[in-house]
Design a protein around this ligand. Structure first.
Ligand code: NDP
Ligand code: 8X3
Length: 251
């Protein structure tokens, strides 16, 4: 049975991806900071008959990541798929008045956290001579939008790291894919706007935005292609969004 590790599976894309792979009876390893949510998601996924391993840690903390991965390696023989999904936007504003704590939060989570996990898992895949790393990037990593500055920069970094990983890991038969979603109605905007529900909802009003399940379908497709096929980079938006900048509400 194949094993998948999905970071940030307590909500949004990560939870939907975990659900789909659990339904297909993968061994599913899920991570996140919110313990209660993790426990609830684990129980839900076990309802599909899957083996589920839940690891609670903050991806920004290198020691916590290392300890959790040591625990995981004691429980699974191999990791076939890693989905680097955990991430966030914090705030939205011009560069000259941005909140430096928010900037650090995004860089530490979206870039450094992704690297900490990858550094733990890539050697396992190298030994296996197989594996698939799927990085969740964004349309924000393809085109910068107003006031998106640092969040966009973290997703450009994910794009660069995806390309770098693919080159470095190709000799070992490891696939590396970037899945770059556009606007999707998850907890993303609620987190970005620090719990302001009306503002978060307003982002998607008047749009038939992507759902988390749409991205799960795409990840599953990428992960189940023949062994010799690797989708390098895939961008997906709802029909009402043309790019990071243009959508049905401003065209
Ligand atoms: P959600 O807020 O719904 O999910 C984010 C997940 O990341 C949660 O499970 C959260 O878990 C986890 N996470 C955040 N910070 C940390 C941390 N420090 N340590 C561990 N886990 C963490 O948002 P999405 O599902 O939308 O976002 C998932 C990814 O998709 C992110 O990388 C985001 O940038 C990207 N994305 C989102 C888009 C959108 O429009 N929604 C579009 C394009 C890309 P917990 O809080 O429990 O730690
Ligand atoms: C999330 C998509 O456009 O809200 O990465 O930045 S967007």
């Amino acid at each position: 049975m194949k094993t998948i590790l999905i970071t940030g599976a307590t909500s949004g894309f990560g939870k939907a991806i975990a659900t789909l792979f659990a339904q297909h009876k993968y061994t599913v390893c899920i991570t996140g900071r919110r313990e209660e949510r993790l426990t609830a998601v684990k129980a839900e996924l076990e309802g599909y008959g899957a083996t589920v391993i839940a690891l609670q840690f903050d991806i920004r903390n290198r020691q916590q990541v290392a300890a959790a991965m040591t625990t995981l390696k004691e429980q699974v023989q191999h990791i076939d798929i890693l989905v680097n999904n955990a991430g966030l936007a914090a705030g939205m504003g011009p560069i000259d008045s941005g909140d430096v704590d928010d900037w650090e939060d995004m860089i530490d989570t979206n870039v450094k956290g992704l690297l900490y996990i990858t550094r733990q898992v890539a050697p396992m895949m190298r030994e296996q001579r197989s594996g698939h790393i799927i990085n969740i990037g964004s349309t924000a990593g393809k085109m910068v939008y107003k006031n998106g500055n640092v969040y966009c920069a973290t997703k450009y970094a994910v794009d660069a790291l995806t390309q770098g990983m693919r080159v470095d890991l190709m000799p070992y038969g490891i696939k590396v894919t970037a899945v770059n979603p556009g606007m999707a109605e998850t907890e993303f905007s609620l987190v970005r706007f620090k719990g302001d529900e009306a503002r978060a909802k307003g982002v998607y009003d008047g749009m038939d935005a992507l759902r988390a399940e749409d991205i799960a379908d795409v990840v599953y497709y990428c992960a189940t292609l023949p062994a010799h096929v690797c989708i390098n980079d895939l961008t997906i938006t709802c029909v009402n969004q043309a790019s990071s900048v243009y959508n049905i509400k401003n065209i």
